[in-house]
Design a protein around this ligand. Sequence first.
Ligand code: ZN
Length: 305
Amino acid sequence: MTAPVGRFAPTPSGRMHLGNVFAALIAWLSVRSRNGHLVLRMEDLDTQRTSAEFAETLRQDLLWLGLDWDLETAPQSQRSSVYDQYFQQLADLGLLYPCYCTRSQLHSVNAPHLSDGTYVYPGTCRNLTLEDRTAKNRTPSWRVKVPDRIWTVEDLCQGRYVENLTTDCGDFVVRRADGVYVYQLAVTVDDGEAGVTEVVRGTDLLSSAPRQMYLQELFGFSHPDYGHVPLLLAPDGRRLSKRDMDLDLGQLRLRLKPEQLIGSLAFSAGLMEKAEPVSTRELAAEFRWEKLKKDSICLQANDLF
Ligand SMILES: [Zn+2]
């Protein structure tokens, strides 16, 4: 068996919060426990919110935690000419079409909505004539046509997840009207070109996996293994976010040693029997996906609050 290749793909828009730290920890443990490699990549498609300073702080924070990597690949903001080539592949396959729908049209009450609040694109612009398109007189986004087919994710943490892109998502945007490529395309290209074999991230991204698997097939990449880790909740049950300044790494580093933080997370997640300080290296020796809790994890460490 060849060594696995995992990745960290943080967005450099601020300090990491504990949820980001947790996903990075599991990504690191899963790969390092099998002597695999890790790739770091900055997901800075949103150049308004991200910066090189935040990226450098992220690197320092990961190293402080004991989460190292073997290679850093180019940030997404520098790769639009690469994404252009993959976009052209989709165009050559006849799978792209321009979409002129406005935001309010897409979110109108008539649009079919799923239980999680996302909408299914009903294919409004799929069959526009050239005449129709010219008459729109606005810059379109570009959507990829999806097949009527079942996609199955055998998730390392969540188990089996099944989706039909036609009924659960619809044709999806790969390039926005302002020319920026969307997350789904950029992630698929970056992971594929870096030879990533294992994608570990928060469970809020589980429903992205089928879209990425579809693009992987079109681009000729193998499917990676997926592990979507649970959300972290504060002891009172509220969801952690970047707004919780008290739980971002800038504050936590002032109060805690990295081993205390890693130990608290590992205990809360079911990876340790007792809450005690531990290094990432020590934890890697014991790591098994089966130990990890699948549902939302309530932090059980009072010293963090
Ligand atoms: Zn449209």
